[in-house]
Design a protein around this ligand. Structure first.
Ligand SMILES: Cc1cc2nc3c(=O)[nH]c(=O)nc-3n(C[C@H](O)[C@H](O)[C@H](O)COP(=O)(O)O)c2cc1C
Length: 348
């Protein structure tokens, strides 16, 4: 199997850096997202994943503050495209599984099974408290997500009636029609042990954060091992931030410009929320979060970036959801300068 290519899309403002050095301030607009999606599809990318946010992180950038909702966003992009798979990112505390079952069935029918679900269990208290929604303690959050996914899979399988009783849901004599032609793929975005347990038991994809390329092999094999112990397989996706220039020095200078303009207020709000709610980015430094929003840095020259992606592939990663400073500009550069190198190495 080769490495699948996807994008972690800029459907929110100020992606990917928590910085006022923002070279493409309007790329979050829908028309620009559609251009990016069409271009990615035309050059053979396989996946688009969106970010789901309900409020920004304040500061001068209000990082991720303008965000396109990901179910309606996916519906429109699925109609605009023909082949690429498009996911929606859904916060479990905000949706009932019957609503997502119906959304998924509808989008599967609209798109001939190109839609997928990326589940997030929630972590940002700023976001949930403004809605008056209580965020459960970490382990419980994932227990609820497990119940949510079990109900969803039962509803999508068409084996009615669906019955379920747990602390979170009471389902009796349940059904939801139509069922999707094929059950949509389910990803979980999260890296903690609680996330890994739930994902390897129930999901098709583990969408994880990794601090560095060097740490990827260990994490990937730990997740694979967990899945094997459940007699299952999960695919693993990571999200790198690619920044390359003709020389390493020039790439470092650009990184320097991003960091020199870090929006410290937004970055600290992000980190405060992470500390209370997420295990995914615990060990990331402020600079890493500020420059890439938690993506693995792969920087330098085109050859360095090719090496980095090759290492992720060799670590057993199935797909990379790429992020860029200016998605359309950099995707075109990626096609010219990096894709041919990856092809000649047999990576993609
Ligand atoms: C790759 C990745 C993508 C994520 N995308 C989102 C997102 O779009 N919206 C969101 O609220 N949380 C997102 N999260 C956060 C997780 O869903 C999760 O709630 C939080 O990180 C807690 O994860 P943990 O299990 O590692 O503690 C993402 C996490 C990862 C690792």
């Amino acid at each position: 199997m080769t490495l699948s290519l996807g994008l972690f899309m800029p459907n929110c403002s100020n992606m990917p850096s928590i910085s006022t050095h923002n070279v493409a301030p309007e790329q979050w607009h829908y028309s620009n997202n559609e251009k990016i999606a069409l271009y990615a599809e035309s050059v053979g990318f396989d996946y688009l994943f969106p970010v789901s946010r309900w409020r920004g992180f304040g500061g001068e950038t209000n990082f991720l503050g303008e965000s396109l909702e990901t179910v309606t966003w996916a519906a429109s992009l699925l109609s605009a495209t023909r082949r690429i798979k498009i996911f929606s990112t859904v916060h479990v505390p905000l949706y009932h599984p019957f609503v997502v079952a119906k959304i998924g069935a509808t989008l599967a029918h609209i798109s001939e099974d190109r839609w997928g679900l990326n589940v997030v269990s929630g972590w940002s208290r700023r976001e949930f408290e403004m809605m008056g929604i209580h965020l459960d303690e970490h382990k419980e959050r994932y227990q609820k997500t497990a119940a949510f996914i079990k109900i969803l899979k039962d509803l999508w399988s068409g084996n009615f009636p669906v019955n379920h009783s747990s602390k979170w849901y009471q389902i009796s004599d349940g059904e939801s029609r139509p069922v999707p032609l094929k059950p949509p793929e389910i990803a979980n975005a999260g890296t903690s042990e609680d996330a890994q347990i739930m994902t390897t038991q129930l999901c098709d994809w583990a969408f994880i954060s990794v601090r560095s390329i060097e740490e990827a092999p260990l994490l990937v094999s730990a997740i694979r091992e967990r899945a094997r112990s459940e007699s299952r397989e999960v695919k693993i996706a990571v999200f790198p931030f690619l920044l390359w220039r003709r020389t390493r020095k020039a790439a470092e200078r650009e990184l320097g410009r991003i960091l020199a303009s870090t929006d410290r207020v937004a970055a600290h709000n992000w980190i405060n929320d992470l500390m209370s709610g997420s295990g995914s980015f615990d060990d990331f430094s402020l600079n890493m979060l500020a420059s890439s929003g938690g993506a693995i840095h792969i920087m330098g020259t085109a050859e360095d970036v090719t090496d980095g992606l090759t290492k992720l592939y060799e670590a057993g990663v199935d797909a990379v959801m790429l992020t860029f400073q200016d998605y359309l500009r950099d995707l075109k550069r990626f096609q010219r300068e990096i894709a041919p190198r990856l092809i000649s190495r047999g990576v993609v």
